[in-house]
Design a protein around this ligand. Structure first.
Ligand code: G6P
Length: 608
């Protein structure tokens, strides 16, 4: 979703801002813009479409500017266009603002500004901010921003540049992240550490209702009520190599292939194989309360919600705690019955998803223990929850989540193991799970070796417009995830279902044009799934199946099979999802789709 980057120092700022925007491209956007101060005047350029288009227009510009702000916009209010792109300006072109988030009362504010004679150039909610600041300006920019922000309702991460105070950047946040990068005689601000890391790894995270005034010497942070706050300088937990493709054609492919390492990173130091147990430092002080909760509610969105479904099966199976899984967007608005005896676990790769954050706040407000399972270190949800566990999967750049999903499942398995061992799970049973976890990275490697075979199946997939994904038990959420991957990046309409539900509706769709992707590994429901495959074959469907190594029954029954090694039933999803990620990837590549930045999607959804 929208991205912000700003710089103040001695270097030529335009190329630096363009580079920063490119680091934020992965978040999803439809237009971009920059504003700098050159010889005391504001200068800007905006462009609809890719950053490369903006870059082309800027390339020939002879500018000595060394302070500026930039933005990638993902349209919410108003179509993607140059006019609606940020920065927005006051009428005298003295103040420029970029904004992430949504101003909820913008209609009222706009009406009253219009009545006062202000003219608007865009259809965005964001533009009101710059006019409000101009209205409040009386010789002190920080004061004007504070005063203007008192008038707005909603969420914001803003960066302000003004020729009134041309050596300073002003940043403020409520609900939309901003990170300040501290350099040597230069400082940066961005909505995401990835735009900072090639300049510095020393950062200050702004909290809600804080404002920073940043010049090349340093950053002063105060609250929006003008109180001093002490901010610690922290280290970004990744470096530039994490943000490069490392020889792969796309970030998504790199991230799929990283998974044997990233799942191990999620287990490292936490898995106690000999004890048949797991130790999660982040939960140390609250695991007792979690274990004695009357129930665990897992809330999440998108791929993280699919991991949550697997978490439900894992935790109920091993820890005997009732689990409910709920979309964060539903949980937050239906006034759920939650109390002090419940634990609410939010799963989120980014740690910034607006709906998940709102669910966490709702849970806290109702007295529940609120835990987070996040990938991005220092993210809002990681900081707002009472405690939590990091995935340690490293930055995920591809919009379609892959390595975060497998790390989420692994971490949920560790939580289930730790909780189980606190109740009825024997050391022997615990050891069986722990040993199976330890062997997963090698098994993943053997699946990844089949990439060429999966690519050859993808070549046949590309001519189809629909696909059905079916699985049962632990592999039902994997069917949902496989279908989501396919639709996100290849734009083939795909639906996931529990295999047995097929006969209650989707079976009507089956004909030779309908690829049906089964997860049919040898587990407790294997024979039932075989019956479902027979039902599809009897109606002429084209069956692709992910099966256990050496399964002759499936090989003769199905049109295409992808064989994978065996592990215990509860951990199968970590393996069965890999062929489905690759199938979606190759299908999208063959179709010529933009795999890492699929249309309309955003990596981090910071609006409702
Ligand atoms: C977006 C992304 C998905 C992701 C979902 C939840 O829709 O495109 O890949 O699964 O948000 O994101 P989160 O960061 O909360 O896991």
């Amino acid at each position: 979703m929208c991205g912000i980057v700003g710089y103040v120092g001695d270097k030529p700022v335009l190329p630096l801002l363009i580079n920063g925007l490119k680091r934020l491209e992965y978040r999803g956007y439809d237009s971009a813009g920059v504003a700098v101060i050159d010889e005391g005047q504001l200068w800007y350029k905006k462009k609809q479409g890719k950053i490369s288009g903006l870059e082309l227009e800027i390339n020939g510009v002879d500018s000595k500017a060394s302070i500026g702000i930039a933005h990638t916009r993902w349209a919410t209010h108003g179509e993607p266009s140059e006019r609606n792109a940020h920065p927005h300006f006051d009428q005298d072109y003295k103040i420029a603002v970029v904004h992430n988030g949504i101003i909820e009362n913008y209609v009222q504010l706009r009406d009253s500004l219009l009545a006062d004679g202000y003219r608007f150039y865009s259809e965005t909610d964001s533009e009101i901010l710059v006019h409000l600041i101009a209205m409040c300006y009386d010789g002190d920019m920080a004061f004007a921003i504070r005063k203007a922000l008192q008038l707005v309702r909603g969420t914001f991460g803003i960066l302000v540049l003004s020729s009134y105070e041309p050596d300073k950047l002003f940043a403020a946040r409520r609900g939309s992240p901003l990170v300040i990068g501290i350099g040597d005689e230069e400082n940066l601000i961005a909505s995401d550490g990835s735009a900072l890391v090639e300049h510095t790894r020393d950062v200050i995270y702004l909290e809600d209702d804080e404002m920073a005034v940043v010049d090349k010497k340093g950053a002063k942070v105060r609250t929006l009520q003008d109180k001093t706050v002490f901010k610690a300088v922290e280290k970004l937990p990744f470096d530039l190599t994490h943000l490069q493709k490392g020889g792969y054609a796309h970030f998504m492919l790199k991230e799929i292939f990283e998974q044997p390492d990233t799942i191990w990173d999620s287990m490292r130091g936490r898995l106690l194989v000999e004890d048949g147990n797991a130790k999660l430092g982040g939960l140390q002080n609250c695991i007792e309360r979690m274990a004695h909760s009357s129930r665990l509610i897992i809330t999440a969105c998108g791929t993280s919600w699919h991991a949550a479904l697997i978490g439900e099966y894992l935790i109920e199976k091993y820890a005997n705690i009732p689990v409910e899984v709920e979309y964060a967007s539903e949980f937050r608005y239906r006034d759920p019955i939650v109390s002090r005896v419940d634990t609410v676990l939010a799963i989120t790769q980014s740690g910034e998803t607006a709906d998940t954050l709102a669910a966490v706040r709702e849970a806290k407000q109702k007295g529940a223990l609120a835990l987070g399972l996040c990938n991005v270190v220092g993210s809002t949800i990681a900081r707002e929850t009472h405690a939590g566990v990091y995935l340690h999967a490293g930055p995920e750049i591809g919009v379609a989540s892959t390595k975060a999903f497998t790390s989420q499942v692994i971490t949920l398995a560790l939580i289930a193991l730790a909780l189980g061992r606190m109740s009825h799970l024997s050391a022997e049973d615990g050891r069986e799970i722990a040993q199976a976890l330890k062997k997963l990275p090698d098994k993943m490697h053997s699946i990844l070796k089949q990439a060429n075979h999966i690519e050859s199946i993808a070549k046949k997939m590309v001519t189809h417009h629909h696909a059905l994904y079916l699985g049962r038990g632990f592999n039902y959420p994997v069917a949902l995830e496989g279908a989501l991957k396919m639709k996100e990046i290849s734009y083939i309409h795909a639906e996931g279902y529990p295999a047995a539900e097929m006969k209650h509706g989707p079976i009507a769709l089956i004909d030779a044009q309908m690829p049906v992707i089964f997860i049919a590994v040898k587990d407790a429901v294997y024979e039932k799934v075989i019956s479902n495959i027979e039902e599809v074959k009897a109606r002429g469907g084209w069956v692709i199946a992910v099966v256990s190594d050496g399964d002759d029954t499936c090989t003769s029954l199905c049109d295409e099979v992808i064989e994978i090694p065996h592990t215990i039933q509860s951990l199968m999803p970590v393996l069965t999802v890999i062929p489905l990620q690759l199938l979606a990837y190759y299908t999208a590549v063959i179709k010529g789709c933009d795999v890492d930045q699929p249309r309309n999607l955003a990596k981090s959804v910071t609006v409702e």
